[in-house]
Design a binder for this molecule. Structure first.
Ligand code: SF4
Length: 361
């Protein structure tokens, strides 16, 4: 059998990988693992990435899909995708210590849904049926919302609208831009007064990663998207590469899934990663590709967004720093002055936390 052609160059998308919301959620769960005796519970996968979930599982985090499985008084995190209001309420019962790691940009969509529903709007929600984010958002205003997965769903959904002047269109934050635009244009033809958020609901991380990938997909013979199969933004990235005309698009969880032979004769290979895929997987994939002429970063924009830890954890951090300082014989004032390890969230990188977590036990 003929040997696959050697990869000449890797075009590496920037930005790629962890977004501000995923950074926040991973660090928040890591702080909880360090602060509480196991098990710490997490409602749904903290983010949709197999490696991240496996890593926390090894550290004693129990992932549950039913709040009733979480014992009274236990520490519990709610995932970055956002939870239904009744889940948030029942999580807080029975003395559980609850940290809600919902991304602020998902909260923004929940807020839009609440406001539009209170004004009597019918809300068309573009999202993936059964995805954690969609399930949580639809529950915010169940009676007012209609799920639209694809353009083909529109006719049936539109027939349920009774007041054509009060229709809103909201979206899951991680859709492929092209999918959203197609549905938005069709809905606007039907309802000229259609309400949408000023810059749509697709988050900055989704649009930036897709823009960077478009740049490389038009130049690459093949594209590798690193991320899990249940990650909506990862699947959207693969779609974007296909739509850009790239002949060969592979989605892999990590290097062990990458079959270099499947790249065929591709000599220029684009690489990107979904918003929940750690950077060490990207580097391991590049190592496996071993490009003869090296890696060319393809920069589209810089991301400086930072989301601070969830409120419940921010309130706890000074105490944790005081305890940490006392344990090592240091200055207990660290908790008051914000000088301890728990308070330095901004200067801490989620990938690094993930890589070293457990070594300090
Ligand atoms: S992809 Fe966007 S909405 Fe989702 S966690 Fe990241 S920043 Fe938040």
């Amino acid at each position: 059998m003929a040997e696959p052609a050697r990869v000449e160059r890797v075009l590496l998308a920037e930005p790629r990988g962890f977004c501000a919301g995923v950074e926040m959620a991973i660090k928040a769960l890591a702080w909880m693992v360090r602060a509480f005796d196991p098990p710490v519970y997490c409602y749904h996968e903290i983010v949709h990435n197999r490696l991240v979930v496996d890593r926390f599982h090894q550290l004693g985090v129990m992932f549950v899909d039913d709040i009733d499985e979480v014992p009274a008084g236990a520490p519990l995190m709610l995932s970055a995708h956002g939870s239904a209001p009744e889940i948030v309420a029942s999580a807080r019962e029975r003395g559980r210590f609850v940290v809600n790691a919902v991304c602020p940009l998902v909260t923004k969509v929940h807020h839009e849904a609440k406001v539009r529903a209170s004004k009597g709007y019918t809300i068309l929600y573009v999202g993936h049926e059964g995805h954690d984010e969609a399930v949580g958002t639809l529950a915010v205003a169940r009676d007012a919302m209609r799920l639209v997965e694809r353009e083909g769903d529109l006719d049936e959904v539109l027939s349920t609208v009774h007041d054509a002047e009060r229709v809103a269109l909201l979206a899951q934050t991680t859709l492929a831009l092209h999918d959203w635009e197609g549905i938005m244009e069709r809905a606007r033809e039907q309802f000229p007064e259609l309400w949408t958020a000023a810059r749509n609901d697709l988050c900055f991380a989704t649009t930036n990663r897709q823009a960077a990938l478009r740049e490389i997909a038009i130049r690459a013979d093949a594209v590798i998207v690193i991320g899990s199969s249940n990650s909506s933004n990862t699947i959207a990235l693969a779609k974007v590469a296909n739509e850009a005309g790239c002949a060969r698009v592979l989605r892999v969880d990590g290097p062990e899934e990458l079959d270099v032979a499947a790249l065929g004769s591709a000599s220029i290979v684009g690489v990107t990663a979904g918003a929940s895929a750690p950077e060490d997987l990207v580097q391991a994939v590049i190592t496996k590709l071993a490009p003869r002429d090296g890696v060319e970063p393809v920069f589209v924009t810089e991301e400086a967004e930072y989301f601070p830890p969830p409120r419940e954890l921010r309130e706890l951090m000074p105490t944790l720093d005081t305890v940490a300082a006392l344990l090592v014989g240091g200055d207990p004032a660290a908790g008051r002055t914000g000088g301890g390890p728990f308070s330095d969230d901004r200067g801490t990188d989620a990938s690094a936390v993930l890589a070293t977590l457990g070594n300090d036990a």
